[in-house]
Design a protein around this ligand. Structure first.
Ligand code: ADP
Ligand code: MG
Length: 366
């Protein structure tokens, strides 16, 4: 699903490469931590995956496409298959929660019916029902990041990239956000999360790719951060307990919501089991599949290569899959609700696949 082949990246005017001969392969459905100190090359990797940048050497293949061969015109369509979230949330300050999540869909021309269905689903998934009309400044940091995550997944991307998504949050809130990302992953979305925060990585026991000075130091299936003996513990026990309780409540709510779907996934049991205070889940309790796993609606302009179009996840019932957005396309540019100028300053348009980039033709070197 994501493959780096001997990738090096040198930025103009720098001597030391930001990435040196980086090689890894992420399979569909994986949850991968990209860890390493500040400056180790994590964000550079994510930018290459998004085709915000091109390697100086080597090849980046995403969704079966060699990104060198992706024409500039197709880049925005390609990016619609990839959601991204950032440390600084990047919400539109003058827009409500609902509008923040809806606006990506509006800009890409989703039908009103699709928006009216998908936005509340995404907000329910991230636990923000009832807060649709709030403005970002009326939310906590954790809630703002939830809005950003809802925005990133509302179009059902196949890949979710998160660049230090917990960097601005306190430990308990960070755990909630991590658990949300894990739940999204349990629904079938491939997640790559860059972080330099060791505690979460150790708790999650997921694949860890560690970078140091642009070089891969290790790539471990169920890794921790490495030697964390010198690091402070993530959070006091009481905070962990409260966070676990909140997370379990959220899962139970979600189970109720989609009980009629009859869908399930068993991937994310461990942190629920670890909750010390709430009643332990029944042994056969399974977490629901997140109802956003349906592949992103296929657009005519970017179609993932056939090798990447895999059979539907067996655990997801047809009923749990929202209808793909095949409705009539509105004319987004006419919509008075969309103020493209207002998003320019946030630097999110390109990441959301909305940008009209006029960069040079894609080539093997940048
Ligand atoms: P991380 O996300 O792990 O902190 P980055 O990928 O942002 O690391 O940066 C890796 C290295 O590349 C750092 O030395 C950084 O200074 C350098 N770098 C990142 N972006 C640029 C850029 N646009 N121009 C020049 N150097 C850059
Ligand atoms: Mg970074």
């Amino acid at each position: 699903m994501i493959r780096f082949e001997n990738v090096s990246k040198r930025y103009r005017g720098t001597n030391k490469p930001a990435l040196s001969e980086v090689e890894f392969d992420v399979q569909r459905g994986e949850f991968v931590f990209l860890v390493g100190a500040s400056g180790s090359g994590k964000s550079s990797c994510l930018r290459l995956i998004l085709r915000e940048d091109t390697p100086s050497e080597g090849r980046v293949v995403v969704l079966g496409r060699d990104l060198r061969s992706l024409t500039t015109r197709k880049v925005p369509y390609f990016r619609r298959h990839i959601g991204s979230v950032f440390q600084d949330f990047r919400l539109l300050p003058g827009k409500t929660v609902f509008q923040n999540v809806a606006f990506t869909l509006q800009v890409i021309g989703s039908s009103r019916a699709f928006i009216q269905q998908s936005v509340p689903e995404a907000l329910a998934l991230v636990g923000l029902e009832g807060k649709e009309k709030r403005l970002p400044h009326e939310l906590s940091g954790g809630e703002q990041q939830r809005v950003a995550i809802a925005r990133a997944i509302v179009n059902r991307p196949q890949i979710l990239l998160a660049d230090e998504p917990t960097g601005n949050l306190d430990p308990a809130t960070s755990i909630d956000i991590m658990q949300l990302l894990a739940r999204i992953n349990a629904g079938g979305t491939t997640v790559v999360m860059a972080t330099h925060e060791a505690g979460f990585v150790d708790q999650m026991q997921r694949r860890v790719i560690e970078l140091s000075g642009g070089v891969i130091m290790r790539d471990e299936r169920h890794g921790g951060y490495g030697d964390t003996s010198g690091l402070p513990t993530l959070a006091p026990e009481t905070v962990k307990g409260a966070a676990a309780t909140a997370a379990l409540t959220a899962v139970l709510e979600l189970q109720k919501q989609i009980a009629s779907n009859g869908s399930s996934a068993d991937a994310e049991q461990s942190w629920v089991d670890a909750a010390p205070t709430p009643p332990a889940p029944e042994p056969d309790t399974v977490l629901p599949a997140v109802p956003v796993v349906a592949p992103a609606p296929v657009d005519e302009t970017f179609v993932p290569a056939p090798a990447e179009v895999e059979p539907a996840e067996p655990e997801v019932s047809a009923a749990s899959r929202a209808e793909p957005d095949t409705g009539t396309r509105s004319t987004p540019i006419d919509s008075p609700e969309i103020d493209l100028a207002s998003i320019d300053g946030l630097g999110v348009a390109d990441r959301l696949g909305l940008g009209k980039r006029d960069d040079e033709e894609v080539g093997p070197t940048a």
